[in-house]
Ligand binder design. Structure first.
Ligand code: C2E
Ligand code: MG
Ligand code: MG
Length: 469
């Protein structure tokens, strides 16, 4: 009898363990996805009866991947446990907190009359998670993006509510670090388009849908200084899609590495062709995504392309955005120094839109600062903008940086900026991005006499039908 009892309790223990494993996350002991879905479904039924609403908060940590990459998985695990503790502190006893993926947590709030509580808790969470995490002598900073879906408005099944909260979370992430966003039907459309773009992007190169256009940069006397290579995508299915829409998506799915390689090849082969025709004074600026620079093969690929196309490196500028430093991986500085060693120039693009931390300018070896076109947009309306531009101009001079002003759209703009300490202008008033052929014909007096050269030139610039503005 004793043995039997022992056996039964052993069986019960292992059953309990199985239930535990099927429903709870091992690391944090929080309910897992499976368990959560059940709880949401129950809550929906209850809310239906009582005519109340319920909210699902989808929480995703910003910057957690870097914690794992830079400090290892043990520290990563510790941080996740600390996060789960902080989240627990932000909710009431009856609310459900679950961990449903690597750095994804979900909170279910029941029995409310309005969405005020969801908003208040989201704000509290964002505030709590932005406080530093101290573990094993390191101080780590994270933040969280939160998406909120509410029953009955945003769905009446657990799956739909969770999916819509996830969609809203993605929308929150594109705003800034540490934002929350309520779901609305428009986001659904956007999410569908995003999915479509993700799928189509993978074949865009193979289907010959990508082209590179070139926009001139001029000095203050309006003489040509260089051009910026800008990507264009004419999708067979969706028509023209702006890089501001598809580049972040390509970065999300890692596709930017392949696309970036392709742009580098196109722009360098264009430069190589023009150099072989005697062009030796024009700068070619190429945008490089932070994801490309994180790719450990980037330097080797860059060196190989330069060798293959036999281009003079001093005519190349690579444009980088601040995202690189925000995502900070430890060898960023080293990569940038290696690029400089090749003779290539470095520009900090979109200055004035993000954190615009002045320390980036002293920590990293930049040659050029590109002031974002948002400044020009408000130049007529805000007197302070002129002061800011004046300040950025003279600061850059002190630091030995060249300054490019983007978005010069009109003669009025030109008059406003004439006396600033700016080296180069770029914008529609000077010219729009043009196909390679149009650009070089219009802006550079290069005559192709050699028959062979003509063929190469044609091969390089079969892009007449592409809209470039
Ligand atoms: P960006 O690097 O700051 O490029 C300048 C953007 O400003 C271009 O937009 C250009 O067409 C636009 N622009 C130039 N002058 C004016 C003007 O006077 N007014 C207005 N309103 N806009 C002007 P585009 O081509 O749509 O590219 C947007 C962004 O997408 C780029 O901003 C860059 O961040 C990214 N991008 C474009 N091509 C590439 C690429 O080949 N690789 C990577 N990684 N990113 C790219
Ligand atoms: Mg750029
Ligand atoms: Mg820019």
């Amino acid at each position: 009898y004793l043995i039997l009892r022992e056996n039964i309790s052993q069986q019960k223990r292992s059953e309990a363990l199985l239930v535990q494993q099927a429903n709870y996350d091992q690391l944090t002991s929080l309910p897992n996805r499976n368990h959560l879905l059940g709880r949401i479904q129950q809550a929906v039924l209850k809310a239906q009866k009582k005519h109340l609403i319920l909210s699902v908060l989808f929480i995703d940590l910003d910057g957690f991947k870097q914690v794992n990459d830079n400090y290892g998985h043990l520290v990563g695990d510790k941080v996740l446990r600390l996060v789960s503790e902080r989240l627990t502190e932000c909710i009431r006893k009856n609310d459900v907190l679950a961990r449903i993926g690597g750095d994804e947590f979900v909170i279910l709030l029941e029995g409310q009359e309005s969405t005020n509580v969801a908003q208040r808790i989201s704000e509290k969470i964002i505030q709590r998670l932005s406080q530093p995490f101290v573990t094993k002598g390191s101080t780590l900073y994270l933040s969280a993006s939160i998406g909120i879906a509410t029953y009955p408005n945003d769905g009446d099944s657990a799956i739909t509510l969770l999916k819509n909260a996830d969609i809203a979370m993605y929308a929150a992430k594109t705003q800034k670090r540490g934002a929350f966003q309520f779901f609305h039907i428009d986001l659904n459309r956007k999410a569908k388009r995003k999915l479509k773009i993700q799928t189509l992007l993978r074949n865009a190169i193979r289907n010959n849908e990508l082209k590179v256009c070139y926009q001139p940069l001029v000095n203050t006397s309006l003489d040509l200084y260089g051009c910026e290579a800008l990507l264009r995508w004419q999708s067979e299915e969706l028509g023209p899609i702006s890089p501001t829409e598809f580049i972040p998506i390509a970065e999300d799915i890692g596709e930017i590495v392949r696309i970036g390689d392709w742009i580098l090849q196109s722009a360098l082969s264009q430069l190589s062709l023009r150099q072989s025709q005697g062009l030796d004074h024009m700068q070619m600026s190429i945008n490089v995504s932070y994801r490309q620079l994180e790719d450990k093969n980037f330097l080797a690929k860059l060196r190989n392309s330069i060798r293959a196309h036999r281009v003079t490196t001093t005519q190349i500028t690579l444009e980088i955005t601040e995202e690189l430093f925000i995502q900070d991986t430890s060898n960023t500085l080293d990569t940038l120094l290696q690029i400089k060693k090749m003779g290539i120039k470095l520009a900090l693009d979109d200055f004035g839109t993000g954190y615009s931390s002045l320390s980036y300018l002293t920590l990293y070896p930049f040659d050029q600062l590109k002031i974002d076109r948002s400044f020009m947009k408000s130049i007529g309306r805000q007197a302070k903008v002129m002061k800011l531009l004046r300040g950025i101009g003279s600061m850059s001079k002190q630091l030995g940086l060249e300054v490019v002003l983007e978005g010069v759209e009109s003669a009025y703009h030109r008059r406003k900026i004439e006396h600033l300490d700016i080296d180069y202008y770029q914008g529609y008033w000077i010219d729009k991005p043009l196909t390679a052929d149009t650009f070089f014909n219009k802006w550079l007096d290069i005559h192709v006499d050699d028959e062979e050269d003509k063929d190469i030139a044609k091969a390089h610039s079969d892009q007449k039908d592409i809209i470039c503005s």
